[in-house]
Design a binder for this molecule. Structure first.
Ligand code: UTP
Length: 297
């Protein structure tokens, strides 16, 4: 088995019900933060971590996602003719090399574990990454790159981890810690969406994973877990019970849950404020809104 991680799975077959009716016809991953779709952030993060092959697990209605990665010769020629170099560069960045991108269908939304399992033949017998594009992480060094570097020293399954407030823990996969070494923690158990009061810690799993191919074997049983879905967390927890190493990685960076409306709006504001061309206008507007809100109270 080779040790370098060059393949990433992007599970995007979910129905995105929290964003209905928008997601009736627009895939959630195509919704944009300012002017770049969520999926572009995920692709850029993967590239920075050394990923060369991009595997999308899709479902019906995700055609716009496939189109997004297509080359657009007419558009590129037009931007070139008009001398719009920056925009041309942006558009070229969305192009994927031939053969670098693959799509596979998950025919029924049976859960994240099942979506990952659908990609087993495309990954084969090597470690791989999983990126959930609705978790956006703003970081100086991209989160997946931080994890790949830690993985090189500590091979084994690794999940991105973050402390979350106690009253939110039961919406996440949660780690039971064996040893805490700061950014790296070794894990002795994992539970998906624990009942309130039964959470082993408040260290939650965020949507970045580095996994060994043994995970596909664990998922073969197609056992359902929390919410009646086939859970990736359960397949990773099985690694621990079978005596293999599992780690949590406390990444440096700010995570936005863009699968929720509130997280998506916060990310939009935060990314817009980090843009020199938008910052002043938006800041002025936000001050006005806050002042009006205060005055109305
Ligand atoms: P979510 O739990 O956020 O579900 O999935 P969702 O369908 O995207 O959104 P809501 O909750 O209905 O609003 C987390 C990730 O796992 C993928 C989703 O596409 C998302 O990237 N997923 C989930 C699958 O690919 N297949 C599944 O069966 C379930």
């Amino acid at each position: 088995m080779k040790n370098k991680i060059t393949k990433a799975i992007f599970p995007v077959a979910g129905m995105g019900t929290r964003f209905l009716p928008a997601t009736k016809s627009v895939p959630k991953e195509i919704m944009s933060l300012v002017d770049r779709p969520l999926i572009q952030y995920a692709i850029d993060e993967a590239r920075a971590a050394g990923i060369k092959e991009f595997i999308f697990v899709t479902s019906r209605g995700k055609g716009a996602l496939e189109d997004y990665f297509d080359h657009a010769p007419q558009l590129e020629a037009e931007l070139k003719r008009k001398g719009k170099k920056d925009l041309l560069e942006e558009v070229k960045n969305t192009n994927m090399d031939s053969g670098a991108i693959a799509y596979i269908r998950q025919h029924k939304p049976l859960g994240l574990g099942h979506a990952v399992w659908c990609a087993r033949r495309l990954v084969g017998n090597e470690p791989f990454a999983v990126i959930l594009p609705d978790d956006i992480i703003a970081a100086e060094k991209p989160c997946l790159q931080q994890m790949v570097e830690a993985f090189a020293e500590n091979p084994g399954c690794m999940v991105a981890a973050m402390e979350v407030p106690k009253d939110r823990v039961s919406s996440y996969g949660v780690l039971d810690l064996k040893e805490d070494h700061g950014s790296l923690v070794s894990v002795k158990g994992m539970v998906e969406k624990p009942a309130p009061g039964e959470e082993p810690s408040n260290l939650a799993v965020i949507g970045r994973y580095l996994l060994t191919p043994q995970i596909f074997k664990n998922l073969n049983s197609k056992q359902t877990g929390a919410g009646g879905e086939i859970q990736l967390t359960d397949a990773i927890a099985q690694e621990i019970t079978e005596g293999r190493d599992v780690y949590g990685y406390r990444f440096q960076g700010q995570r936005f849950d863009c699968g929720s409306k509130s997280g998506y709006l916060q990310a939009t504001v935060s990314f817009a404020l980090s843009r020199p061309d938008l910052r002043d206008d938006l800041m002025g507007f936000l001050h006005e809104v806050v002042a009006m809100d205060k005055a109305a109270q």
